[in-house]
Ligand binder design. Structure first.
Ligand code: LMR
Length: 336
């Protein structure tokens, strides 16, 4: 009994002295950054660049540990883990914030709202983008910035020449009500599944099709199990770089500004890598010939836009009619 007590006290003393020693040595503040993308994906490359910059700008006082590929948490769990403080940083897709109770992020899912990444940048880098990130605070999260992926293609087990071709197809989607609305408007049956489960669900026939930018199709090998795809470019996929609010507020001010600088400087690199990887992925998939890609004609594009138009009013109601109106007005102004 006395020996057990002795061991217990020694263990506590040991732990405390180890902690004191670490503090004296100035052991780094660890930021665990978890995400679902493959290690070779542009999100991972952006994360590596961010890590290098953040560690350099803080003079090694911060260490960023990267956990790609859903190895720590899947989509839904990672947001819970961040709120609980089990990880400090994430980069989830903008389509995954609805279940947290923040609907505004789903504005980025509205089909054909943005024509290109330049239009997106006008919103994400402007006051509206900042305002949307600010909504995270009430959920214990701080938003540090946005990263692009790209515009989505639609894939399925059968050709998708026109909107009606989706009738009755089970489509894997992210957890966004706007994307759900989009698939329903096309007559499909949307099914929310984690990114890490998408390939398996497609290959086993649990779902018949899906949507994602080419880079994700390629990295997740979805093209191997989807014989048909159409380059609809109907919607955008992007990410928010987010941190646990209490952890963030507890950091010294100079560390916070160094991290913000690292995010700012890693962002153009991450976006350039995203654009490059989407182009390369498309070329590589065309080369394998495993998926028959269809590039819609002008008429077919008009049919996709027309089929999705009526659903836009419902989508606007979901994310905020005023928010959509402000974005449309902003985009209608001549570029500065
Ligand atoms: C998806 O779930 O389809 C994407 O959001 C995954 C990702 O992070 O690119």
């Amino acid at each position: 009994m006395r020996r057990a007590l002795f061991l217990f006290i020694a263990a506590i003393f040991g732990a405390y002295s180890a902690m004191a020693e670490q503090t004296a040595l100035g052991s780094p503040i660890v930021i665990k950054f978890s995400h679902v993308a493959a290690p070779q994906a542009h999100k991972s490359l952006g994360a590596v660049r961010f890590k290098e910059l953040a560690e350099a700008y803080t003079g090694g006082r911060v260490r960023i540990e990267l956990y790609p590929n859903s190895q720590l948490y899947k989509d839904k769990e990672e947001l819970e883990a961040l709120q609980l403080g089990a990880v400090e940083m994430l980069a989830p897709s903008l389509s995954k914030f609805g279940p947290l109770g923040i609907k505004a992020f789903e504005v980025f899912d509205i089909p054909y709202l943005f024509r290109d990444t330049a239009e997106l940048a006008r919103i994400t880098e402007g006051p509206i983008g900042k305002e949307i990130l600010g909504l995270l605070e009430a959920k214990g999260i701080v938003g540090l910035g946005y990263w692009n992926n790209g515009f989505k293609i639609l894939s399925a087990k059968r050709p998708l020449r026109q909107p009606d071709d989706l009738l009755g197809l089970k489509m894997r989607i992210q957890s966004s009500r706007v994307i759900e609305e989009q698939m329903t408007a096309l007559g499909a049956l949307p099914q929310v599944l984690a990114f890490s489960e998408a390939y398996q669900a497609l290959s086993s026939g649990v779902v018949d099709g899906t949507e994602n930018p080419p880079a994700n199709f390629y990295n997740q090998k979805m093209f191997e199990v989807q014989p048909h795809a159409t380059m609809t470019n109907h919607g955008f996929l992007g990410y928010a770089l987010i941190v646990n609010r209490d952890f963030w507020n507890g950091l010294p001010a100079d560390i916070r500004s160094s991290i913000e600088r690292a995010v700012r400087e890693a962002t153009p690199y991450a976006n350039a890598e995203a654009a490059k990887e989407n182009d390369e992925a498309m070329a590589a998939m065309l080369k394998t010939g495993k998926t028959a890609f269809h590039d819609p004609t002008e008429e077919e594009r008009a049919a996709w836009t027309a089929a999705l138009k009526p659903a836009r009013a419902r989508m606007a109601e979901r994310v905020g009619v005023d928010l959509v109106r402000r974005i449309e007005e902003d985009l209608a102004r001549p570029s500065p």
